[in-house]
Design a protein around this ligand. Structure first.
Ligand code: CO
Length: 319
């Protein structure tokens, strides 16, 4: 959300606040640009170590979505220091550190404040070649749309807060949310994606909308091909939605044409806000087989969910 007009005219700022991209890109030399990103939020799972892992995987994800390599990270901590055990915070920090290390990056500092409600996240700095980073726009007609993780985490974390999530559903969700987008991103190095972003708070359709709209194309998405976390359908049918799913749907509904066969619950699922979601990739058709063969070895759930078409009346057609 933007509260101030952009004002930088520095030519080295390649991606800044003007762009609704995943992070900023600032050119340092002809070979190196900095990528920076920041995210923090209240706990979404009960296990503090896993929460730290999820927060780190989520913050690192923007660097991967831009084709960069994470290098350093700073912790952002708000914590009720008198009320909650220090051990809980230590576990959050350990989870984050382990994920940042898995990303071949280092936690180099941070800042904490005393706060009633715990919040945690990270600011991550990465590097990329200034000519080779991915934007969340640039999709071209004929491209294939690929999603690298299942959706539904907003619904599942809402169910967890209400005590409605089974242990099995919780375990599968936590597995995906703690999985780094590193491995899928590495497979992109051998191909030439036209646009890449990660699916987070705006939900699949919100991030797809930004990509399609910014690229001046339209998308078709096959609803039945979109992978869902276990339990998503059942919980959605019980009306277990976070407020963000409704808000995203309200924002997007006039730009999207849904086939008559798509139910209202299915529409809301596609708008469900994610944390640490997968990459949404617009890939030239000729690269798809190569990418899929490669990526299936590291992430079996990667799926083709639609395609890019010439700009039509609506921005997205969900079939
Ligand atoms: Co992002």
């Amino acid at each position: 959300m933007r509260f101030l007009p952009a004002e930088s005219h520095d030519p080295n700022l390649l991606v800044g606040i003007d762009n609704t991209d995943d992070g900023s890109v600032y050119k340092l030399t002809d070979d190196i640009a900095l990528i920076q990103s920041l995210d923090f939020f209240t706990p979404i799972v009960d296990d503090p170590y896993k929460f730290g892992q999820i927060a780190a995987a989520n913050a690192l994800s923007d660097i991967y979505a831009m084709g960069g390599e994470p290098k350093t990270a700073l912790n952002i901590v708000a914590y009720p220091i008198e009320k909650l055990k220090h051990e809980i915070l230590a576990n959050i920090l350990q989870g984050a550190r382990d994920k940042v290390n898995e990303a071949d990056a280092q936690i180099v500092g941070g800042h904490s404040i005393d706060d009633e409600e715990p919040k945690f996240g990270l600011s991550v700095t990465g590097i990329v070649h200034p000519d080779k980073f991915y934007k969340n726009i640039g999709a071209k007609p004929g491209d294939v749309l690929i999603l690298t993780k299942p959706i539904g985490a907003g619904i599942l974390t809402t169910a967890l807060k209400r005590g409605q999530l089974t242990a099995d559903e919780n375990e599968q969700m936590t597995h995906f949310l703690t999985t780094l987008n590193k491995y899928a991103a590495e497979c992109l190095r051998n191909v030439h994606p036209h646009a890449v972003t990660d699916v987070t708070g705006f939900g699949l359709l919100g991030h797809a909308y930004e990509m399609a709209h910014g690229s001046n194309v339209s998308f078709t998405i096959e609803q039945k091909n979109v992978p869902l976390l276990r339990g998503t359908k059942k919980l959605a049918n019980e009306n277990t939605f976070p407020a963000g799913a409704q808000a995203n749907y309200k924002w997007l509904k006039d730009a999207i044409s849904f086939s008559e066969t798509i139910s209202h619950v299915e529409k809301l699922i596609l708008c469900d806000p994610m944390t640490s979601g997968g990459l949404l990739i617009s890939l030239p058709e000729e690269d798809v087989q190569k990418f899929m063969t490669h990526v299936k070895r590291v992430a079996n759930e990667v799926t083709v969910i639609g395609e890019v078409i010439e700009r039509k009346e609506q921005t997205i057609y969900v079939k």
